[in-house]
Design a protein around this ligand. Structure first.
Ligand code: PEP
Length: 255
């Protein structure tokens, strides 16, 4: 992995347009004389415009959506297409977040189709994979996360690293306060990295950053970000508070 760490905040179904404005008034990370990490936030789609208008001059922050449909237009009430999200100013989209997979029944095939739709609309997909606790305890970590990755690999052929991001988010660590140790994160990232290299080739397989997500907080972000092949973090709960998200962003400042 090369390049800046990525610090991403998934606001889920939270923060009204007014709250988003207030968030940015209070978001003041201090990177001192170190480099600013790449910052991303994923507001609710109804707060996307407010987020864009309220973005500070510095630090620079990109805005994405939390989900897209795989079709570009049509009779899909309640859905948002990749071209619509792009036209509304999103540059990134989450795809296959565990809540989409487990609460809304999204399949690997959906994740693959959405990834293609994102590339087609010039959105950077942030593709999420991760195992459930019973899968981990049954020794199925590799099978599960490589299976989820394999479903999107055909869509990644030809894409250059950083045109997409991967996020390893163990389901048992999301919103639970249970954080994977830096060693757990590195172990899973190494599995994903090996598979990327196997299929995309040594050079290209090294390029995309792999983010860790699951109960990241200011207190554990630094250790996680220092772990081998952790290229950033995807943060849920702790990204809703401007001070705590600033603390995590500061942990991603680099020399
Ligand atoms: C997430 O929703 O992507 C996430 C990692 O949530 P949390 O940080 O709250 O565990």
């Amino acid at each position: 992995m090369t390049g800046k760490p990525v610090i991403a905040g998934n606001w889920k179904m939270n923060l009204t347009p007014d709250e988003v404005r207030e968030f940015f008034q209070n978001f003041r990370p201090d990177f001192q004389d170190r480099g600013q990490p790449e910052l991303l936030v994923f507001p609710s789609s109804v707060s996307l415009f407010a987020a864009q208008v309220a973005l500070p001059q510095a630090p620079s922050i990109s805005v994405g959506v939390q989900n897209i449909h795989w079709e570009s237009a049509g009779a899909f009430t309640g859905e948002i297409s990749a071209p619509l999200a792009r036209a509304a100013g999103a540059t990134h989209t989450l795809i296959g977040h565990s809540e989409r997979r487990h609460v809304f029944g999204e399949t690997d095939e959906d994740v693959s189709r959405k990834t293609k739709a994102a590339f087609g609309a010039d959105l950077v997909p942030v593709i999420c994979v991760g195992e459930e606790l019973d899968e981990r305890t049954a020794g199925r970590l590799t099978e599960v996360i490589v299976g989820q990755l394999d479903a999107v690999l055909p869509s990644l052929q030809g894409a250059r690293g950083r045109e997409y991001l991967l996020a390893y988010e163990p389901v048992w660590a999301i919103g639970t306060g249970e954080t994977a140790t830096p060693e757990d994160a590195s172990e899973a990232h190494a599995i994903l990295r090996e598979r990327l290299k196997e299929v995309l080739g040594e050079d290209e397989g090294m390029r995309a950053p792999i983010l860790y997500g699951g109960s990241v907080k200011p207190g554990n972000a630094s250790d996680l970000l220092k772990a081998p092949d952790v290229g950033g973090v995807l943060v849920g709960g702790a990204s809703l508070d401007p001070d705590s998200f600033a603390g995590i962003a500061e942990a991603g400042a680099f020399i």
